[in-house]
Design a protein around this ligand. Structure first.
Ligand SMILES: Cc1cc2nc3c(=O)[nH]c(=O)nc-3n(C[C@H](O)[C@H](O)[C@H](O)COP(=O)(O)O)c2cc1C
Length: 352
């Protein structure tokens, strides 16, 4: 049977971005191979009522989603049931297409099961991606779009980029995410301030009733992350996603120090910030935990801390296509162990 650990030996000899392009090609191909698609979906996609939640008016059949950045252009959404994901977030999409930062800009740290990237929002731009989504939406899995400003857009007019993107995507997704927490666009993280968050969320309410979430950096002071999240929610945000990648290079020996770190190296840091936000916002808004989640046990820990949903990116690279199935199997085992009939009983169980 297919052995990802063996395949990984070959894949990891290639430059990480080349491996990613190959994975994208394979995933895009699955939709043209219905027998293969169905077989893999049956294997990896766990269907169990105990994991099912209705959120934002959509059924999330399991709580494990694909984090932003893996599918920058929304080209792999149709393949995601094959990997077992319960929902997909694509992007970051910017209004205009952009190439991103110079290569190499993606690095693996195999021992640490971590990545460092300085991609810089390489993407096809709003118009091309919106066309792609028009053909696809609504999809069997809930779809989120993660949006960001173009590198060349001045800070003073950054808000216009976000408002244009909300207009552009509001009818072709189930939720939107304001990304002001990626480290690879100069000045982007400076938008993580009260005034910007207040303005963007209150203005967005006038454009759409679609849920709009805020994605937070793990490098903020915990109190600041919590305050900004509260302000977002008070001004209409439907949820918080914590966290993005980190530029705290102490978490990784031999970091390149040019981009954001993800994976196991940020697991503790990311959980810490998530937990601080959950102390204040659990029960008041939807919380999504992301950052270093690499097992069902880690996902379950985040769920008990208050996450209704979790996301993964880096662990998928190191653990392969069976990761999400295994995570969901373990979550079910842990629900049994704790005597919970349904995931909703586990969400925030450590907060009550
Ligand atoms: C190569 C790469 C590209 C990413 N691009 C984006 C992005 O465009 N937008 C975004 O919000 N997050 C992006 N992320 C961050 C992830 O969505 C996630 O928040 C972070 O990697 C932590 O999760 P993980 O440890 O499971 O990877 C990217 C991560 C990686 C590794």
């Amino acid at each position: 049977m297919f052995d990802y650990q063996t395949l990984k030996n070959y894949l990891f000899k290639l430059d990480p971005e080349t491996s990613h392009s190959m994975a994208e090609y394979v995933l895009r191909t699955t939709k043209h191979l219905p027998i293969c698609f169905d077989l893999l979906k049956r294997k990896n996609f766990i269907i169990n009522d105990r994991l099912k939640q209705n959120i934002f008016g959509r059924d999330f059949l399991n709580p494990v989603g694909l984090a932003a950045g893996f599918d920058k252009n929304g080209t792999m959404i149709e393949a995601m049931p094959v990997l077992g994901f319960g929902f997909v977030e694509f992007g970051t999409v910017t209004p205009q297409p952009q190439e991103g930062n110079p290569k190499p800009r993606l690095f693996r740290f195999t021992e640490e099961e971590s990545l460092e990237n300085s991609m810089g929002f390489n993407n096809d731009g709003m118009i091309a991606i919106q066309k792609r989504l028009l053909k696809l939406y609504p999809f069997t899995l809930p779809i989120g779009v993660n949006i960001g400003k173009n590198k060349t857009t001045p800070q003073e007019t950054a808000i216009e980029d976000y408002l244009d993107l909300i207009h552009g995507f509001k009818d072709v997704c189930d939720y939107l995410v304001i990304n002001i927490s990626s480290p690879n666009t100069p000045g982007l993280r400076d938008l993580q301030n009260e005034a910007f968050i207040r303005t963007i969320f209150s203005t967005a309410q006038q454009i759409t009733s679609k849920p709009i979430l805020l994605k937070i950096s793990p490098d903020l002071e915990a109190s600041q992350a919590m305050n900004l999240s509260v302000i977002a929610v008070q001004n209409g945000a439907s949820g918080i996603i914590a966290t993005n990648t980190s530029i705290d290079y102490t978490v990784l020996t031999n970091a390149k120090k040019i981009g954001g770190i993800s994976g196991r190296a940020i697991q503790d840091k990311s959980f810490y910030i998530f937990n601080e936000i959950a102390k204040e916002l659990y029960g008041k808004t939807l919380l999504i935990s992301v950052g270093g989640i690499n097992s069902g046990a880690e996902a379950y820990k985040r769920i008990k801390a208050g996450a209704s949903l979790v996301q993964v990116y880096t662990a998928l690279i190191f653990h392969g296509p069976s990761l999400v199935r295994k995570m969901n199997e373990v979550i079910l085992e842990l629900l049994n162990k704790d005597g919970f009939d349904h995931i909703s009983e586990a969400i925030g169980a450590n907060r009550r």
